[in-house]
Design a protein. Structure first.
Length: 427
């Protein structure tokens, strides 16, 4: 027999074996155990792999996937009671040995009081309503600095600097001349002339008042009879100097900023939270604040404002918190940890690790007696710490798989796909 003829015979034998194997595979659809197609031998006994239940055979042997010995499969009753209603998934039945190999653990669905905690890191900034700008109202030259460094504390009314201003000096002289003229004409001059001198004096006094010359300084001006060389500029509020621009000898004009003074007895904390956390934060909520350098001395604040726009890059929304600042522990640009708790009431909850997101569905595996695991489509609301709030799909007291469910998910998908293929073949 030639070598070519021998090769054709061997190839034909191999092809026949493949066809027989395919034909045997079609027999799988003739018998079902546990909702999955199995092929039964002459005795009707079916064997499967403990780790891969979807692989079946009509005779003992080894699993071609993992090499484990195939074990007999027994018919079980009542499977339709927990049939999967999720498309593409199939319910599973595992004996205790299989469950142990996979490492399955379960937890009950509970009803409990739920508290959502939003945590973030905030930055200390001065309260904008307590930041004051000190500037000059006249032209002139800075003659003297009483507060000469940034960070220095100042009290309301405390002198900050003095300015020599020719126009202020001239107005003082005008005031003195008008006052003297009104006094001299008060007894001997005509009423019209006296009235004019008095009006001139009042106009000069009003200008000095608008330039923040205090009444006591005007009285001292009258008593001395000589104009004051420099105008003293005082702090309108108490606080700390955040910025100092004034220098001795510097020429100043009206509106030019000289100092920035901030009252730090109360400050703001600005913190960013993610957009999915927005529903859990409301204006007026109490906030607990912890400083890394004072961990045992937490502070309290209040949510005062939620910014009405989103940061497009970070997908966050900024909060403004109002905080008392005893002992000035909070200093501008410091970081602080914030914690905001929101009571959500009593809800049905399930451990977060029990919920698998398949894309179209969120599913859990519900454990029933007899080693049956049902695939359940659930609707969940917010994730709170290590739990999901269950909106629909589960009942209190049901047991759900919390560990090993990824393996169950794979087996269920494969089993569901093969079962679907079997159904198409039968039709």
């Amino acid at each position: 027999m030639s070598s070519q003829k021998r090769a054709r015979i061997i190839a034909g034998a191999i092809m026949a074996a493949v066809v027989l194997a395919a034909g045997g595979g079609l027999l799988i659809h003739q018998h079902r155990v546990g909702g999955f197609p199995f092929a039964g031998g002459p005795s009707g006994q079916v064997y499967n792999c403990p780790m891969h239940p979807y692989y079946t055979s009509d005779r003992p042997g080894e699993c071609p996937i993992c090499g484990m010995d195939l074990v007999p499969v027994e018919e079980k009753e009542g499977h339709g009671e927990h049939a999967s209603e999720v498309e593409g998934f199939a319910s599973l039945e595992l004996d205790p040995r299989q469950q142990q190999l996979i490492g399955i653990t379960t937890a009950p669905v509970e009803r409990k009081e739920v508290t959502r905690t939003v945590r973030a890191v905030g930055t200390v900034v001065p309260d904008e309503r307590r930041v004051y700008l000190v500037h000059s109202k006249v032209n002139g030259w800075i003659d003297r600095l009483y507060v000469d460094s940034t960070g220095q504390p100042v009290a309301a009314g405390q002198p900050l600097l003095s300015i020599y201003s020719p126009e202020v000096y001239a107005t003082q002289e005008e005031y003195l001349v008008a006052s003297e003229t009104a006094r001299e004409l008060g007894t001997s001059g005509s009423e019209e002339v006296t009235w004019g001198a008095e009006a001139l004096r009042e106009a000069a006094e009003r200008r000095l008042e608008y330039w923040d010359v205090r009444p006591g300084e005007v009285e001292r001006l009258v008593d001395s009879g000589r104009p004051l060389k420099a105008l003293t500029v005082r702090s309108p509020y108490g606080g700390y100097v955040l910025n100092k621009h004034a220098q001795i000898g510097m020429y100043v004009q009206p509106g030019m900023p000289l100092y920035t003074v901030a009252d730090l007895s109360r400050v703001w904390l600005e913190a960013d939270i993610y957009e999915y956390e927005i529903p859990f934060v409301k204006v007026g909520q109490r906030v607990e604040i912890t400083l890394p350098y004072y961990p045992a001395e937490p502070l309290e604040g209040t949510v005062k404002f939620i910014y009405p726009f989103l940061n497009a890059r970070s997908r966050t929304v900024r909060l403004r918190l109002d905080v008392a600042n005893p002992g000035l522990k909070l200093k501008p640009d410091m970081f602080a940890d914030i914690s905001i708790e929101q009571e959500l009431g009593e809800h049905l909850v399930v451990p977060a690790e029990a919920v698998l997101d398949s894309g179209e569905h969120k599913i859990v595996f519900v454990a029933h007696e007899g080693g049956h695991f049902e695939v359940r489509d659930v609707t969940v609301a917010a994730k709170v710490d290590d739990y999901y709030i269950v909106a629909a799909g589960l009942e209190e007291g049901e047991e759900v798989v919390t560990s090993g469910n990824f393996l169950l998910d794979s087996e269920s998908r494969i089993k569901g796909a093969l079962a679907g293929m079997a159904g198409e073949h039968q039709h």
